[in-house]
Design a protein around this ligand. Structure first.
Ligand code: ADP
Ligand code: MG
Length: 248
């Protein structure tokens, strides 16, 4: 028997109501450490709202979100990042006019000195870490390139790198392969499989071929509720899932 405290992320009875409309409705979801969970479901199912709730962008109406047994739903967005949660939005938010290197450098976690001011120094250690992350995200040969000149897929990877450099224990990605080429999707699958080791990853995605490559377990959301959950095969063969999502 495992208890709910064994999970990295334990969401229980989570609800958010927008003027009476429940975008997430009494949802319970548990994600393990080292697990890569994919959330699928039709447009408007509440997938993005779920990530907004976890990262503190949206406040829940009721329920609890525990990460490593720490309640997140009362924390600020900044405190949630500090608790080890990183989130990538659908559109990449990188600094277009900075180089790949500088984008990674500005994302490197900064220390605070005794006066509360942010301090940052480029040390050999920081430089090594930037190079390591750049290689991880297939941008090792593009460090000096201005981010604006990267392909759409490379921009997505850069934003993943900007999160990775902070070494989050829970990484959340909203439709990371939208607009990517076939080759970029393959590389992204390889990247996500690699980075799910040692942390938890929560991915929202529509591309079922991609989902099959990365998912340990799949959760299907529909009207703010869980319609089905399990491995890819179980979910794909579920008649309710076929009816509301996969069938069209
Ligand atoms: P998905 O990402 O699964 O496509 P969303 O989470 O973006 O769905 O949206 C779920 C539902 O909640 C939609 O009907 C959307 O219009 C509604 N919604 C999301 N955010 C808000 C908000 N801040 N105010 C009102 N309605 C919202
Ligand atoms: Mg969405």
């Amino acid at each position: 028997m495992s208890s709910n405290t064994d999970f990295a992320l334990a969401i229980e009875d989570l609800t958010v109501s927008f003027d009476g409309f429940k975008a997430v409705d009494n949802l319970s979801l548990y994600v393990d450490k080292n697990e890569l969970r994919v959330v699928i479901g039709p447009n408007g199912a509440g997938k993005t709202t779920l990530l907004d709730l976890i990262c503190g962008k949206t406040r829940s109406t009721s329920g609890s979100i525990k990460f490593k047994n720490k309640e997140l739903s009362t924390l600020s967005e900044h405190q949630i990042v500090h608790a080890g949660v990183g989130r990538k939005f659908q559109t990449p938010s990188i600094y277009e006019n900075l180089s790949v290197y500088d984008n990674l450098e500005v994302s490197y976690p900064k220390g605070r000195n005794v006066f509360g001011a942010l301090t940052f120094k480029r040390t050999p250690e920081v430089d090594a870490r930037i190079n390591e992350v750049a290689n991880d995200i297939f941008l090792g040969d593009f460090l000096e390139m201005e981010a604006a000149l990267l392909s759409h897929g490379q921009k997505q990877w850069l934003e993943i790198g900007m999160l990775l450099i902070q070494d989050p224990e829970l990484l959340m990605l909203d439709e990371p392969v939208a607009g990517m080429s076939v080759k970029e999707r393959e590389l992204t699958a390889e990247l996500l499989n690699r980075i799910s080791k040692g942390r938890s990853v929560l991915v929202i995605e529509h591309d079922m071929e991609f989902v099959a490559r990365i998912a340990h377990k799949v959760t299907v959301l529909h009207q703010g509720k869980i319609l089905a959950e399990g491995n890819m095969e179980t979910v794909q063969n579920n008649p309710d899932v076929i009816e509301v999502y996969l069938g069209h």
